[in-house]
Structure formats: structure tokens, C-alpha cells
Design a protein around this ligand. Sequence first.
Ligand code: SF4
Ligand code: SF4
Length: 406
Amino acid sequence: MEFATDGIYLAGCARSPKSLKDTVEEALGTAMRAAIPMKRGYIESDGLIAEIDGEKCMSCELCAETCAYGAVEVLAPAAQEAEGEPAARRSFKVIEALCKGCGSCAAGCPEHAIAMQNFSSEQIEAQIEAGLVNVPAQKQLAFACHWCALGAADLAGVSRLQYPPNVRIIRVMCSGRVDPTFVLSAFARGVPGVLVAGCEIPTCHYISGNIYAGYRMDLVKILMKLAGIEPGRLRVEWLSAAQGDRFARVVDDFNKGTNQLGPLPAEVVSGLDLQAAIACADSDRLRLLVGKLPELAELGNKYGEIFSRHELTRILTEAASDEFVTQKVLILLKHSIMSVKSLAAKLDIAPPRVLRIILDLVHSGNVRRVKIEGTSPVYSAEESAKEAVQQRDEKPISGGVESART
Ligand code: SF4
Ligand code: SF4
């Protein structure tokens, strides 16, 4: 029996009770299999691998926890010195021979420090932009995993099954590669519906990519609600490569549903709320939290407490709602200097809550006090925070306004 990680085998009684004869036969077969790469002296791996940018990495360890293949190595200080890194800082490295290229680590990295060869965020964003370049309001976007969903789409095609031609399919190796920001930035370009399709649970080609995708899409639905987008505009489907007919039915049904909802209103597409939702999906805090959810559901917290899906959704909703207001404050302070009172009036929330957020943002170095006007201090976003917001809203929002009007 082979493991998900190449080069590890189980044989004989290690698998199940067996006679001596069967055990010896199985052991011989296993030894022959193992001898092939050993004799060759090298192993072959796909070119699709992850690469960690040590400059951006904040050593959170999430990628190592996410990877089902143990392909992310935590470099011990001695090994780091040998790699030329300062010894005090732990760093992370992808073992190329073990990496399968699913991209689940990249979609969850809080710092976007992981680049996927041939499936980088920039390449996927460019595909989203190209797919929605004309009249995005009349299209649907579908992220399909290479192994099952795309197989089902292919089967639907060769079986000559009819489904709406307005769907633009973006291939990803695994549904775990779908970064929550991809979905929200597609809405910011004016598309009325996004479908995320992957292998059936628990048959993910990459073991657990679809589990991570499920939790990430839960976060997207919460953020969509906060941004005033109906959760029905995002559909998550798990299907097998043999279900071409189901793929066609899902696309057709989803298309009818989003047609009933109509196009996304222009004020939603270009509004502050969607901008803040994208910033939330990009925030360290929520990305770290979502990355921990599968562990909390399966192994529990450090006290061994296992959480139900319902409890995890509640935790995620509370954290997202809190972060949403913080991001709105930050975006407003990027555009102009404001006092607590004016922010509270603009966002229609109580001044003490705004003050708490401002103090946290000042403490974390994202906001600074500029001057005192009358008796009120006024604040502005720090340059670094301004740049981060600028990069985000230059990409999806400006595209969204133009595309939505096309
Ligand atoms: S998830 Fe990203 S930031 Fe965290 S350790 Fe891995 S590469 Fe570094
Ligand atoms: S791309 Fe997949 S297999 Fe490779 S390191 Fe990331 S999670 Fe592991």
C-alpha cells in the first residue's frame, strides 16, 4: 500500500493480519517498487510546486499545518545558518520532492508569501479579469478543480450536454487554491455569481484541500452578507469527474438563481462595504483563524475541546464582523483625516467602539494621530497601511466600477 507521500509503503502484517506466505510476497513486491527510484537515483516531480518568499513570511506555521504531505519544512536554527538565514528567525521551506502543487497553503498564507508556479495569485487574478472583461453582469465565474470538477465539465462537453454558455471556468489544481479574495474581487468586477467546484468530500485528490476550501468559502459567505451581497450568489459544489450531467445541471440551476437575483447593484460593486470585505479576506487575523478551523473541528483546541461546525461559524462570524468595522475605519482614514466623532457618524456606530478600534490601530502602527482640531484628535492611516489599501482598491474596485458599467 502506498501513502500519499511518495516513497513510503506498508506491507504484510503492518496492513492487516496475513499468512507468512502473503506477507513475504507483499514485502517482495513492495521492495521492488521501492527499488525503482532508489536504483534510478532521482525522483520525478511535477513542475507545479509552491515557493515561500522568506522576506514576506511571518513564521506563523500555517502552511506547515495545512500541507497534507508534510512538504513544508520548518528550518531549525542550525539548518537556517547553513542556508544563510539569521539563526534567531525560524523560516519555512517547501521540500520540492514532496510538494504536489495543490496550492492550499498559498490560498491560506496570511502574508501572501507563497507563490504557486503556474497558478500564482497574479495569474489567477488576470484570468478573472480576462474572463469578465466584457459585460461581467451577464456572466458567471466558476473555479473548477483540475481532477473532479473540470473532469465533470469536460464530460458534460463531450456528452454534448447543454448548459449556459455565459459561465467562465477557471482551472485550479485544487479547490483549496481558491483564495477568498479571488471570489470577492470577482464580485467587485461586477459578476453576479461565482461557483466553486471541487472533489467530493472526502475524496479530494490532495487529501484535505476541499476541507480548507469549504471553511474559506464559509468566510466568503459571511463577508458577502456584510457587504450586502446575497449569499446565494456563491455556490459551492463537490462532485466527481463522472458527474458531467450534474455539472451541467448545477451551472444551469445556478444561472437561473442569479438571473432571478439580477445584476449586483453598482453601489454594492463600488461601495466601501465590498472594499472592506476584500480587506477582511486579506487580513492576517481572519486568514489565520480560518486556517485553524479544520484543526479545531477535528483535534480540538489545546484543552481538547472539539468545536461543531455551527460553533466555528459563530466564531468566524463574530471575528469577521469585528474586522469588517476595523477595515472600514482604516479605508476611510486612508482617504482623509478624520476624528472619532466623524468616523462614528459616517459609519453609524457608537463613538466608544470607534475609539477602541482607533486605539488598537494606533497601537499596531496602522494609524497615527495627526493633530487636534478644537478638542478632538484627528487621525490618518500610516503610509504603509495606505499603500496596502491603495494596492487593493486599485486592483479590484476600479476594475469593478468600469466593468460594471460596461
Ligand atoms: S503560512 Fe505564510 S506566513 Fe505563515 S509560515 Fe507559511 S509562508 Fe510564512
Ligand atoms: S502546494 Fe500543496 S503540497 Fe505543496 S506545500 Fe502547499 S499544501 Fe503542500
